[in-house]
Design a protein around this ligand. Sequence first.
Ligand code: F3S
Length: 408
Amino acid sequence: MLHLTAEEESWLAGKAGPAVQRAMEIVVALGRIYGATHLIPVRRVQISGVSYRNLGAAGLDFLTRWLEEGARVRAATTLNPTAMDLRDWAAQRIPPHFAARQHQVVATFARMGVGSGHPIPTCTPYLMGHRPAFGEHIAWAESSAVAYANSVLGARTNREGGPGAIAAAIVGRTAAYGLHLPANRRATLRVTLRARPRTVADFSALGAWVGQIARRAVPYFENLPLADDPLREEKLKALGAAMAATGAVALFHVEGVTPEAKRAPMLAPDARRVVVDDLTAGYTMLDETTEAVDLVWVGCPHASPAEIALVADAVAGRHLRLPLWITCARPVKEAAQARGLAATIEAAGGHLFADACLAIAPVRTMGFRAVATPSAKGAFYLRNLAGVVAHFGSLERCVEAALTGRWT
Ligand code: F3S
């Protein structure tokens, strides 16, 4: 039985207006479906479902009506990527009529108070200073950010749906179920590694393989080589994103590395066990067999400064035959410009785009049919959402494709 406070009851009864009432109805419905006993206050929310390609006219209409009813966010709310760079969209070959609608979507969220009226669309809010504390309850929607927040930061969130996250932002509440409850945070899949992942793409391949085995389980990785690794956060980001894509993993633990696993035994005694002997299967399951490739995409999840530096190193002084696009948050792009990394990448023929995610862009309308990426999540969604040929391989292999125009 879901118990509401007097204030929450009054919101549900419409005393704070129709926008809050609509939001409460969604939060309460979710609570009842999942058997929550109460709601939890949340001070941070992240909204997904921002691409006009996915929302369409009906979705934009729904948002606009909610705004006109008085929808304003109460929590500090961030926005997932859109389908395009909000400033440099023409260079992405985005049709003007689509760009106009995408701008309208972002303006609607801005008027609701998302990003304090100036949203910075990104799937890596934690790289932008939005880092919830250990044990903090939040309501985030982007699957890779959810995996990161739960696992690497030790925060507590379920994977919110699009309207559910907006509703949580408006009322500053989420229902107490799932990963908000300590009992559901113990690992139910023990992963023993005989393989030795080294690069960020290797961690993505590992995640792709484990995700499809884990499905909704909570994996616990033993002997993952991450101690003193300068790219540790990038590797954990890639691992969680891939497991969230090929499975529905929203939380994982790494022995001796992630915060909950450091503080308490997190492995359930009856956990299933899986042994990963090598990473080949993780790479090949998301790589198609054709040679065709006409775009290389790095930055899924959005690239960190260190990842942009890796690309700059790989392409410095070279001449790319194919476009190589890096997606990242706008402040990360600006930092890369200030450090000269963007200039190095652009001199080779690459480009940095802010605000954008290719998996939710109208990729075929933009003229691309085959895309190579060192991200398992990127390859998974390019194939399943964008409907293009996807190649998944190491960063070196992707750069090689950009240099030669072929996936070998
Ligand atoms: Fe981010 Fe899009 Fe990848 S939202 S995690 S860049 S699929």
